[in-house]
Design a protein around this ligand. Sequence first.
Ligand SMILES: Cc1cc2nc3c(=O)[nH]c(=O)nc-3n(C[C@H](O)[C@H](O)[C@H](O)COP(=O)(O)O)c2cc1C
Length: 189
Amino acid sequence: MTNLVLETIARRYSCRTYTPQPVTREQLEALTLAGTQAPSSRGGAPWRITVVTDPDLIADLSASALRLIARHEPAAAERFATRGTNLFYNAPAVFVMAARHTWDYTSEDLDIGLATQNITLAATSLGLGSVICGFLTQAFRDPKSDDADRLTARLGLPRGYEVRVGIAVGHPATDGTPHAPDPAAVTYL
Ligand SMILES: Cc1cc2nc3c(=O)[nH]c(=O)nc-3n(C[C@H](O)[C@H](O)[C@H](O)COP(=O)(O)O)c2cc1C
């Protein structure tokens, strides 16, 4: 079966090497539009997408997360050290995906995941690389620092929103391979 969407899904992989070439504003806007076109529970659209291309803010987000990762997950910190000690693999753009808290129903994570996947697939379809960066949440979790307050202010996040995941986006420096799907994960009855 030949289909553009299926082909795009099959081509996506987590890209961990980027060239310095910037992502254009038109491309960034196409990706944020795709993100906000995701379905969400009760149509709540609980996402707030902050597109960061300021290298200084990207470095601040990365360093803040890596400080806590070094304390609690030395093996992960070592992995990042071998990959350039940058949480976002030196990608020129980072999408910070934040969720609005809801008091009665807790589907925000799923909703953010759907918006996140829309963005990664849209990036693939535009010939861009992307990788989801769950470790970004560590930048906001260090009780011994003011990182969370400083970064929340720098991102301009309104009260009630919490960062759930980042997405690094840029031009791939090398080719990557999509993972092999596992047919055993599926049952037909
Ligand atoms: C919620 C989530 C968080 C992730 N966090 C990270 C991360 O912090 N750093 C990273 O390099 N990859 C991260 N990944 C990428 C996964 O490692 C990757 O999707 C998985 O190994 C499958 O490989 P593929 O994306 O190339 O198919 C994350 C993926 C998801 C879905």
